[in-house]
Design a protein around this ligand. Structure first.
Ligand SMILES: Cc1ncc(COP(=O)(O)O)c(C=O)c1O
Length: 381
């Protein structure tokens, strides 16, 4: 009988391996919070914010309830709202554009580059034109550091300055990466990140943070996250949100931040092995000179309609894959009515057909990775 036995799936992201490594340290940190009972903005929150700002090299880190809220808070702190256009990529997670709509503004989609998956700076003028033609005032750009690789921040800053636009860096996937020897966290007026568990720096639930060098923006963010509070929470000076990072999550994150640099290094080794093993059978991700990625995802491109066959072959070998993102935002039901930059989004459409992400996490051991590489090569030859 030719019955194929079920192969156990290897993890796509192995949170349990990190949990085993950090077990007692995190258990003790959480126990401290359970004992002092300051569950909302307890001492661990301000301690973690200081550690996070020091790690990223920013003056302030203001934590909040999620990466999505971090972007909402950032847009609100910059005064962006009705009638304003927010330029962002379409090839990204929906939250990047969703937040523009949540504050009453309009996302205007711009194409990305095929080699970096990040915003095509040359397409920004076309997006500004499209925004103006739609009767909107272009106010901000949200570049995304997709899959962990920084966008071209120097070029984005120049385009923003030339056109009077704010920059909110969506570093939900790229936090920890470097652009010309500077960690993400100080590019643009604000940098937003997510601590969703699967992110390179993730907590044990939802969480996020906004980083800024601007004291005034930091004050506004701290007010906005507690219902627009003034001198205290019963002094309401603006409309805000209830968006705090739980003290328990801050305690977890402080422990995880201690090993984050080491984990980032481990990710580099794994990414190098993938590149060496796969570059002759697929388009492996490019890292421009002067940049480092945190490899939130390891995403290759497979052309000629072979992607589904690759995913099926790997699955049969117990290897999970993921497609980030199968439908770019400008083609999604919720977003297709918003303006597109002049010149269209052909690269976003092409990437949506070709990308496939392989298992990636700092605890991916060499024999397991060799299995993934061999199976991928077999399927693509
Ligand atoms: C690029 C990007 N932006 C924003 C977010 C939103 O983060 P969160 O899920 O913490 O709200 C995510 C993550 O899910 C993301 O990948």
């Amino acid at each position: 009988m030719n019955v194929r036995t079920q192969v156990p799936m290897i993890p796509f992201i192995d949170l349990a391996a990190q949990r085993r490594r950090l077990g007692p340290a995190i258990d003790n940190a959480v126990a401290r919070v359970l004992n002092h009972c300051q569950f909302i903005i307890g001492p661990e929150v301000s301690a973690f914010e200081r550690e996070l700002a020091a790690f990223a090299g920013s003056r302030h880190a203001v934590s909040c309830a999620s990466g999505t809220d971090a972007l909402v808070l950032g847009l609100r702190a910059l005064g962006i709202g009705t009638g304003d256009a927010v330029i962002c990529p379409s090839f990204t997670f929906c939250a990047t554009a969703e937040v523009a709509v949540l504050v009453g503004a309009t996302p205007v989609f711009v194409d990305v580059r095929a080699d970096t998956f990040n915003i095509d700076v040359d397409a920004i003028p076309g997006a500004i034109e499209a925004a103006k033609a739609a009767g909107l005032t272009p106010k901000a750009i949200i570049p995304v550091d997709l899959f962990g690789l920084p966008a071209d921040h120097a070029a984005i800053a120049a385009a923003a300055e030339a056109n009077g636009l704010f920059v909110l860096d969506d570093a939900a996937q790229g936090f920890g990466a470097t652009y010309r020897n500077r960690r993400l966290g100080t590019f643009g007026q604000v940098t937003c990140t997510s601590f969703f568990p699967a992110k390179p720096l993730g907590c044990y639930g939802d969480g996020g943070a906004v980083l800024t060098d601007d004291d005034g923006i930091a004050d506004t963010l701290r007010s906005l996250r507690v219902h627009g509070q003034g001198s205290d929470k019963y002094d309401n000076i603006r409309i805000g949100l209830a968006s705090r990072l739980d003290t328990i999550q801050a305690a977890v994150l402080s422990e995880k931040l201690k090993i984050f640099p080491e984990e980032i290094e481990a990710r580099q080794v794994i990414a190098r092995r993938y590149a060496e093993g796969l570059r002759d059978v697929a388009a492996v991700p490019a890292v421009p000179a002067g940049l480092t990625s945190v490899w939130a995802q390891y995403t290759i491109r497979v052309s000629g309609g072979r992607r589904d066959a690759l995913a099926a072959a790997l699955k049969a070998d117990g290897i999970p894959t993921a497609i980030y993102y199968p439908i770019p935002l400008h083609r999604q039901v919720a977003y297709r009515q918003y303006p597109l930059g002049r010149g269209g989004l052909a690269v976003s459409d092409k990437l949506a057909r070709e990308v496939i992400s392989l298992p990636m996490h700092p605890y991916l051991d060499e024999p397991t990775q060799a299995r993934i590489v061999e199976a991928t090569r077999r399927a693509l030859k």
